[in-house]
Design a protein around this ligand. Structure first.
Ligand code: FES
Length: 188
Protein backbone atom coordinates (compact mmCIF):
# COMPACT_ATOMS: atom_id res chain seq x y z
CA UNK A 1 0.00 0.00 0.00
CA UNK A 2 2.82 2.34 0.89
CA UNK A 3 4.43 1.58 -2.50
CA UNK A 4 1.22 2.32 -4.33
CA UNK A 5 0.95 5.55 -2.50
CA UNK A 6 4.54 6.54 -3.46
CA UNK A 7 3.70 5.83 -7.15
CA UNK A 8 0.40 7.64 -6.96
CA UNK A 9 1.81 10.74 -5.30
CA UNK A 10 3.98 11.96 -8.20
CA UNK A 11 1.14 11.25 -10.64
CA UNK A 12 -1.19 13.40 -8.56
CA UNK A 13 1.56 15.95 -8.20
CA UNK A 14 2.10 16.08 -11.99
CA UNK A 15 -1.60 16.48 -12.53
CA UNK A 16 -1.71 19.38 -10.13
CA UNK A 17 1.37 20.83 -11.77
CA UNK A 18 -0.34 20.75 -15.14
CA UNK A 19 -3.40 22.30 -13.69
CA UNK A 20 -1.32 25.01 -12.00
CA UNK A 21 0.51 25.77 -15.24
CA UNK A 22 -2.77 25.92 -17.09
CA UNK A 23 -4.13 28.23 -14.45
CA UNK A 24 -1.04 30.43 -14.61
CA UNK A 25 -1.28 30.58 -18.42
CA UNK A 26 -4.96 31.36 -18.29
CA UNK A 27 -4.31 33.96 -15.61
CA UNK A 28 -1.56 35.51 -17.74
CA UNK A 29 -3.84 35.67 -20.78
CA UNK A 30 -6.62 37.12 -18.68
CA UNK A 31 -4.25 39.71 -17.26
CA UNK A 32 -3.11 40.61 -20.78
CA UNK A 33 -6.74 40.92 -21.83
CA UNK A 34 -7.49 43.10 -18.85
CA UNK A 35 -4.42 45.17 -19.67
CA UNK A 36 -5.64 45.67 -23.21
CA UNK A 37 -9.03 46.74 -21.90
CA UNK A 38 -7.34 49.06 -19.42
CA UNK A 39 -5.36 50.68 -22.24
CA UNK A 40 -8.29 50.99 -24.61
CA UNK A 41 -10.82 52.24 -22.08
CA UNK A 42 -9.09 55.54 -21.25
CA UNK A 43 -8.83 56.26 -24.99
CA UNK A 44 -12.55 55.65 -25.48
CA UNK A 45 -13.25 57.54 -22.29
CA UNK A 46 -11.19 60.52 -23.46
CA UNK A 47 -12.86 60.48 -26.86
CA UNK A 48 -16.36 60.47 -25.36
CA UNK A 49 -15.37 63.14 -22.82
CA UNK A 50 -14.20 65.34 -25.68
CA UNK A 51 -17.48 64.83 -27.50
CA UNK A 52 -19.43 65.70 -24.35
CA UNK A 53 -17.35 68.82 -23.75
CA UNK A 54 -17.82 69.91 -27.35
CA UNK A 55 -21.58 69.37 -27.17
CA UNK A 56 -21.89 71.33 -23.95
CA UNK A 57 -19.34 74.05 -24.58
CA UNK A 58 -21.99 76.45 -25.83
CA UNK A 59 -25.75 76.92 -25.70
CA UNK A 60 -27.85 78.83 -28.24
CA UNK A 61 -31.10 80.42 -27.11
CA UNK A 62 -33.66 82.25 -29.24
CA UNK A 63 -34.94 85.18 -27.19
CA UNK A 64 -37.37 86.62 -29.75
CA UNK A 65 -40.37 85.64 -27.59
CA UNK A 66 -39.04 87.18 -24.37
CA UNK A 67 -41.03 90.37 -23.79
CA UNK A 68 -39.75 93.30 -21.70
CA UNK A 69 -40.14 92.36 -18.05
CA UNK A 70 -39.87 88.65 -18.81
CA UNK A 71 -37.06 86.16 -18.48
CA UNK A 72 -36.44 82.59 -19.48
CA UNK A 73 -34.25 79.87 -18.09
CA UNK A 74 -31.89 77.82 -20.20
CA UNK A 75 -29.25 75.26 -19.39
CA UNK A 76 -25.58 75.98 -19.96
CA UNK A 77 -23.00 73.38 -19.01
CA UNK A 78 -25.58 71.63 -16.84
CA UNK A 79 -26.37 74.80 -14.90
CA UNK A 80 -29.32 77.19 -15.21
CA UNK A 81 -28.80 80.48 -16.96
CA UNK A 82 -31.26 83.39 -16.90
CA UNK A 83 -31.95 85.50 -19.98
CA UNK A 84 -33.94 88.57 -19.04
CA UNK A 85 -35.37 91.38 -21.14
CA UNK A 86 -35.39 94.35 -18.76
CA UNK A 87 -38.17 96.93 -18.85
CA UNK A 88 -37.08 100.59 -19.16
CA UNK A 89 -37.95 101.19 -15.50
CA UNK A 90 -35.85 98.17 -14.47
CA UNK A 91 -32.90 99.62 -16.39
CA UNK A 92 -33.44 102.97 -14.70
CA UNK A 93 -33.63 101.33 -11.27
CA UNK A 94 -30.29 99.60 -11.89
CA UNK A 95 -28.61 102.73 -13.24
CA UNK A 96 -29.61 105.06 -10.44
CA UNK A 97 -27.68 102.99 -7.88
CA UNK A 98 -24.18 104.14 -6.96
CA UNK A 99 -22.29 101.02 -8.02
CA UNK A 100 -19.33 101.90 -5.80
CA UNK A 101 -21.54 101.45 -2.75
CA UNK A 102 -22.41 97.86 -3.62
CA UNK A 103 -21.02 94.69 -2.08
CA UNK A 104 -19.82 93.58 -5.52
CA UNK A 105 -19.46 96.90 -7.37
CA UNK A 106 -20.54 96.71 -11.00
CA UNK A 107 -22.73 98.82 -13.24
CA UNK A 108 -25.48 97.41 -15.45
CA UNK A 109 -23.42 98.60 -18.41
CA UNK A 110 -20.50 96.47 -17.27
CA UNK A 111 -22.79 93.47 -16.98
CA UNK A 112 -24.44 93.76 -20.41
CA UNK A 113 -23.36 94.19 -24.03
CA UNK A 114 -23.18 97.62 -25.64
CA UNK A 115 -26.45 98.40 -27.39
CA UNK A 116 -28.20 95.60 -25.46
CA UNK A 117 -28.41 97.10 -21.99
CA UNK A 118 -31.89 95.61 -21.70
CA UNK A 119 -30.61 92.08 -22.07
CA UNK A 120 -29.32 90.75 -18.77
CA UNK A 121 -27.77 87.31 -19.03
CA UNK A 122 -26.60 85.68 -15.83
CA UNK A 123 -26.08 82.26 -14.39
CA UNK A 124 -29.12 81.18 -12.39
CA UNK A 125 -27.01 80.06 -9.46
CA UNK A 126 -27.06 81.93 -6.16
CA UNK A 127 -23.53 82.92 -5.20
CA UNK A 128 -24.19 81.96 -1.57
CA UNK A 129 -24.62 78.18 -1.65
CA UNK A 130 -25.81 77.56 -5.18
CA UNK A 131 -29.62 77.51 -5.04
CA UNK A 132 -31.59 78.63 -8.08
CA UNK A 133 -33.08 82.08 -7.40
CA UNK A 134 -36.65 82.99 -8.30
CA UNK A 135 -37.17 85.42 -11.17
CA UNK A 136 -39.85 86.61 -13.60
CA UNK A 137 -40.44 83.16 -15.11
CA UNK A 138 -42.50 80.05 -14.35
CA UNK A 139 -45.37 82.30 -13.22
CA UNK A 140 -43.35 83.62 -10.29
CA UNK A 141 -43.96 87.18 -9.12
CA UNK A 142 -41.62 87.20 -6.11
CA UNK A 143 -38.60 89.15 -7.28
CA UNK A 144 -37.15 90.23 -3.95
CA UNK A 145 -36.85 93.68 -2.45
CA UNK A 146 -34.91 95.06 -5.41
CA UNK A 147 -37.08 93.69 -8.23
CA UNK A 148 -34.45 91.39 -9.67
CA UNK A 149 -34.10 87.89 -8.31
CA UNK A 150 -34.77 86.38 -4.92
CA UNK A 151 -33.09 83.30 -3.50
CA UNK A 152 -35.46 81.68 -1.01
CA UNK A 153 -32.86 79.34 0.46
CA UNK A 154 -31.38 81.94 2.82
CA UNK A 155 -32.90 85.18 1.61
CA UNK A 156 -30.53 86.78 -0.87
CA UNK A 157 -31.97 89.67 -2.87
CA UNK A 158 -30.54 90.60 -6.26
CA UNK A 159 -31.45 93.75 -8.14
CA UNK A 160 -32.48 94.24 -11.77
CA UNK A 161 -28.83 94.02 -12.83
CA UNK A 162 -28.48 90.70 -10.96
CA UNK A 163 -26.31 92.36 -8.31
CA UNK A 164 -26.42 91.20 -4.71
CA UNK A 165 -28.12 93.82 -2.57
CA UNK A 166 -29.20 92.03 0.60
CA UNK A 167 -28.70 88.67 2.25
CA UNK A 168 -25.75 86.32 2.59
CA UNK A 169 -24.66 85.94 -1.05
CA UNK A 170 -21.18 87.46 -1.47
CA UNK A 171 -21.19 88.16 -5.22
CA UNK A 172 -23.45 89.26 -8.06
CA UNK A 173 -25.01 86.58 -10.23
CA UNK A 174 -22.23 85.56 -12.58
CA UNK A 175 -22.36 86.83 -16.17
CA UNK A 176 -21.18 84.08 -18.53
CA UNK A 177 -19.34 84.62 -21.80
CA UNK A 178 -21.87 85.13 -24.59
CA UNK A 179 -22.49 86.68 -28.00
CA UNK A 180 -25.70 88.15 -29.43
CA UNK A 181 -26.57 87.45 -33.06
CA UNK A 182 -29.96 88.99 -33.89
CA UNK A 183 -32.43 87.27 -31.63
CA UNK A 184 -30.11 84.39 -30.82
CA UNK A 185 -27.80 84.39 -27.83
CA UNK A 186 -24.86 82.05 -27.96
CA UNK A 187 -23.59 81.35 -24.47
CA UNK A 188 -20.11 79.95 -23.96
S1 FES B 1 -28.09 79.71 -1.51
FE1 FES B 1 -29.08 81.58 -2.03
S2 FES B 1 -29.17 82.63 -0.18
FE2 FES B 1 -28.13 80.80 0.36
Amino acid sequence: MAHDASIDTPAVSDGEGVRRRDFINIAAVSAAGAGAVAVVYPLISQMSASADVLAESSTEVDISAVEPGQAIKAIFRKQPVFLRNLKPEEIQAANKVDAASLRDPQTLKERTKEGHENLLITMGVCTHLGCIPLGPFDGNTVLGEFGGYFCPCHGSHYDTAGRIRKGPAPKNLQVPEYEIDGTVVKIG
